[in-house]
Design a protein around this ligand. Sequence first.
Ligand code: FES
Length: 122
Amino acid sequence: MQDADQERADRRMDDVDSLCRLCALGDLTEGQPHRVEIAGHDPVAVYKVGAEVFVTDDTCSHGKASLGDEGELDGFTIICTWHDGAFDIRTGEVRALPCAQPIRAYPVILRDGLVHIALPRG
Ligand code: FES
């Protein structure tokens, strides 16, 4: 790794408070969103698509719907069933109105068969 790349990686890790364990990889069902509660943090939604795992905020930015409990996953898009808004689970970007604000997408770390996310400071 070049010095500049290492410095960027170090800065990113400086912004990470801790790794947070969410669930076992084996707990996830392909194409089925899962809501996970985190002590001291808003809940998140976990998605398994093929061999990849993605994690976003659980709460829809349009209302208070739980994407993990009530959303429908279509490829890399989570559809909020309350009003059919949608987000890209890879980035949190809005894919369909009435949602106007993106949700957060978290870096996922798979370690020893467990799913973790890196929680930012603050
Ligand atoms: S609450 Fe999700 S689209 Fe309205």
